[in-house]
Design a protein around this ligand. Structure first.
Ligand SMILES: [Zn+2]
Length: 78
């Protein structure tokens, strides 16, 4: 898989672009939660987020799935 471009991912998340659901998840360091790109929650500061290809990768780093957008149930995740 190609590496995720931070700026590009962030602009996708800012626009809550559903087309990218399942392509990557947004993990928020301040809350310990990860989300789909289309999550209705407020977009956190760019310095507080990291992007992972899969929900599993985010969970391995200790993040929990968001209860609003359920990224662990998104297509393409194990
Ligand atoms: Zn969410």
């Amino acid at each position: 898989m190609p590496p995720l471009d931070h700026d590009r991912c962030y602009s996708i998340v800012k626009n809550a672009d559903r087309r990218f659901d399942g392509w990557f998840v947004t993990a928020v360091r301040t809350t310990g939660i990860y989300c789909r790109p289309s999550c209705p929650a407020i977009t956190p500061k760019q310095t507080n987020v990291e992007f992972h290809h899969t929900a599993a990768a985010a969970q391995q780093r200790g993040f929990r799935a968001c209860k609003r957008c359920r990224p662990d149930a998104s297509p393409g995740s194990p």
